[in-house]
Design a protein around this ligand. Structure first.
Ligand SMILES: Nc1ncnc2c1ncn2[C@@H]1O[C@H](COP(=O)(O)OP(=O)(O)OP(=O)(O)O)[C@@H](O)[C@H]1O
Length: 711
């Protein structure tokens, strides 16, 4: 049976012909001599391997037939209306690029594409094309990277990054990826290494071309299709499903490579961290079907989205609903703690004693989130407001008291408090402990545990037992997890190769305080890498989002300064900023943009409005609904098709939309009052989190971003 190799261009099939393309390719994959397919060579074609096939009376597929590995292979180049298909088929040639060993589809007499001339300027340095300013020589582009001569010439003449992006978009695949890297100022040798490019002496015969199609960087553009079901998903997924199939060689490496211990993958918003995690979960499950794999993240909503992505990637990967069973257990980290506590049943007493220093029955309920405030208000504490507040106390409890298993005042007077900005003398430590003691007393009476306690108790329970419930733990949104979450995840899997794989972006920390993994038994040393190519966001939106972070002091999970060198492979319109004077103007601006996008044919669910809080969210839904737009507030459930989702910026984490109106709003008077009360170090951290939240929100837009700001 012939093997189908899908080109990326071909996967972007016109919606009207998808069904027929599917049935054509299915038949081709079963038997290329089947009547009706009309697989035919083309007279006077540049490449004798080229074939056309009949999709219907109007559409034709253009393919290359390769015979090698004892099999027939069809590399699907694209599907076009009949006449265009014939012209394309006569002109295209599939060859091995001798400089980098990658497969290359060449067009004889390529269409001339005019480049935007550099803008007139009096400054001789900025008058130079971008690549000249970056020191990239035309000869190196051709001789070291293997860029086709015409592409190298156009790239060398391009005025700026936007012109390069336009060129890269026309050459989707390894050529486009190299152009984007060059525009970001990457060193040519670094690109050669990252893309695993190698000079080759191979010819263009079928076996050599097949070999080149199996090179890591070829996966950016060509995918070997494994069965009919896979074929259906590629065709239906189109451009949105590209992440499932066309992987960057770097992504491929993080998916497949074994690691000797915990591994950390950093990367900005939209760089494909989640994609790597989901693929890696599948790869681990395929490698060992008996493996117990936990795929976890900060919230249940995010976990639902991860589970959905895993199903989209490959519905054959078994997803289990039970901790400790073979398969992939996709779950939010607090729900994981709850599952451990549930499974332990009456056996929790030792862990309770270990963490809290007292006898406690199995927890009956979750501690009310405002209990810290109640404790402060009901206790006549002598502490100043910058310490006697919910933020300080909850953080102190989660970062110092619980991970160190502090049981009493004596223990608290001795404990080290690394990373805590606020210094405490002995008297203040005593006063803080008095509040913590009251908090614990209240929880004891209520029979409740808070989220951080639950994770700590679950961690202690697992650490004391013989059996760990997982063989591999994969973590998304690592920057948001608290110390006791890390203790739990460390205890969930024994120290072994491929135990923990952690994706994080410290620029997206929007919940707790920052954490240093080494303090919780997770030693990354030397096993840390960064993804830098943003797939989601246009370069224009990315620039805007990065500007929100300017001059912020961000630190990663290994206590190192976070870098910001991200690039995007796509370009689009610059974000629009709208300044309004009143709430009604703001609502009007939101409605106006949403309606104009819907009017232009955008599907409801691809357009979203992001707001600061739930109250404003509901107001926006009402305003949209009154103006005849079918809109829906999204909270715990998934966004529903056919309706414009309106979400808080927190809820928007992990989502993406084609077009976004971001109405970030201003902090409420109550919020400002709360911030004013904090210690300067904690206030600075809260401000960083505020910026991160706007960064998260701005990076949800794939194509277009409108920011509405109140004066
Ligand atoms: N190899 C790829 N080819 C095409 N698209 C890709 C590829 N890798 C990732 N993407 C797309 O990029 C987008 C972002 O990917 P993903 O959600 O994995 O990024 P992330 O780093 O986890 O982002 P965030 O931190 O913002 O949640 C998704 O739309 C995904 O489909």
């Amino acid at each position: 049976m012939p093997t189908i190799i899908m080109g990326k261009l071909a996967s972007k099939i016109d919606g009207s012909v998808r069904g027929k393309a599917m049935s054509f390719l299915q038949k081709l994959g079963a038997d290329d001599t089947a009547p009706g397919l009309h697989i035919e060579p083309i007279q006077h074609s540049a490449d004798p391997r080229v074939r056309t096939g009949r999709v219907d009376e109007f559409w034709r597929a253009v393919m290359f037939r390769l015979d090698g590995d004892g099999d027939t292979h069809y590399v699907i180049h694209g599907i076009w209306p009949h006449d265009d298909a014939i012209t394309t088929a006569q002109r295209v040639r599939l060859k091995v690029n001798p400089i980098n060993g990658l497969p290359q589809v060449e067009e004889i007499e390529p269409a001339f594409v005019a480049m935007t001339p550099p803008p007139a300027t009096t400054d001789p340095e900025s008058a130079k094309p971008l690549f000249a300013r970056l020191g990239h020589e035309h000869a190196d582009l051709v001789d070291k990277l293997g860029l086709p001569e015409d592409v190298a010439t156009q790239a060398a003449a391009a005025a700026d990054e936007d012109a390069i992006l336009t060129l890269a978009e026309r050459h989707d695949g390894w050529i486009g990826t190299i152009l984007v890297d060059l525009a970001a100022g990457d060193d040519i040798d670094a690109i050669v290494q990252r893309m695993q490019l190698e000079k080759t002496s191979s010819s263009d015969d079928d076996a050599d071309v097949l070999q080149s199609l199996k090179r890591p960087a070829a996966a950016l553009q060509f995918a070997f299709i494994d069965g009919q079901e896979e074929l259906r998903r590629v065709i239906e997924g189109g451009d949105f499903g590209a992440w499932r199939i066309f992987l960057h060689p770097e992504q491929r490496r993080y998916i497949d490579r074994p690691y000797n211990g915990p591994f950390r993958l950093a990367g900005g918003a939209g760089t494909g961290k989640t994609v790597v995690l989901v693929h890696r979960a599948r790869a681990l499950a395929q490698r060992d079907p008996a493996a117990r794999i936990v795929l976890t993240t900060f919230t249940t909503n995010l976990a639902d989205a991860l589970g959905d992505s895993l199903t989209q990637l490959d519905p054959r990967v078994p997803q289990t609903k039970t901790l400790g069973q073979p398969g992939v257990y996709v779950i939010g980290v607090d729900a994981l703690a709850a599952a451990v506590l549930r499974t332990a049943g009456n056996g929790l007493a030792p862990a309770m004693r270990d963490v809290l220093g007292e006898e406690r029955a199995a927890p009956l309920s979750r501690t009310a989130p405002n209990l810290w405030r109640e404790v402060v208000e009901s206790t006549g504490t002598s502490l100043p407001p910058e310490i006697a507040n919910e933020t300080f106390l909850a953080t102190e409890y989660a970062h110092v008291v619980l991970p160190n298993k502090v049981h009493d005042e004596t223990g608290y007077l001795r404990v080290r408090r690394p990373g805590r900005g606020v210094a405490l003398d002995r008297a203040r430590r005593r006063a803080v402990w008095a509040l913590i003691d009251s908090y614990r007393a209240r929880c004891r009476i209520d029979g409740s545990l808070d989220f951080t306690e639950a994770a700590a108790v679950a961690a202690s329970h697992l650490a004391a037992g013989e059996d760990r419930p997982a063989d591999h733990v994969l973590v998304d949104e690592g920057q948001d997890l608290s110390p006791t979450h890390w203790l739990l995840l460390r205890a969930a899997v024994e120290e072994r190769p491929d135990d923990l794989f952690i994706a994080e972006d410290s620029h997206q920390r929007i919940y707790g305080s920052r954490v240093v993994l080494g303090r919780y038994g997770i030693a990354i040393v030397g096993r840390s890498q960064r993804l830098t190519l943003n797939y989601r966001t246009t370069a224009q939106n990315l620039r805007y989002a990065m500007s929100v972070l300017d001059n912020g002091q961000y630190v990663d999970l290994q206590d190192e300064p976070e870098s910001t060198g991200y690039r995007s492979a796509r370009s689009g319109p610059a974000p629009t900023e709208v300044i309004v004077d009143s709430l009604s103007d703001e609502l009007q601006a939101i409605v106006h943009h949403v309606r104009s996008w819907l009017g232009a044919g955008d599907a409801h669910e691809t357009v979203a409005v992001l707001v600061h809080d739930r109250f404003h969210r509901d107001r926006v839904v009402t305003a949209l609904t009154e103006q005849g737009v079918d809109a829906r507030a999204v909270d715990r459930d998934r966004p529903s098709p056919g309706r414009v989702p309106v979400l808080t910026m927190h809820r928007a984490k992990g989502t993406e939309f084609s077009k976004v109106v971001l109405a970030a709003g201003k902090p409420s008077p109550a919020e400002l009052e709360r911030l004013a009360m904090l210690d300067p170090a904690e206030r600075a951290d809260a401000e960083l989190r505020g910026r991160s939240l706007r960064y998260v929100a701005a990076t949800r837009a794939r194509d277009q971003l409108v920011v509405v700001q109140r004066n």
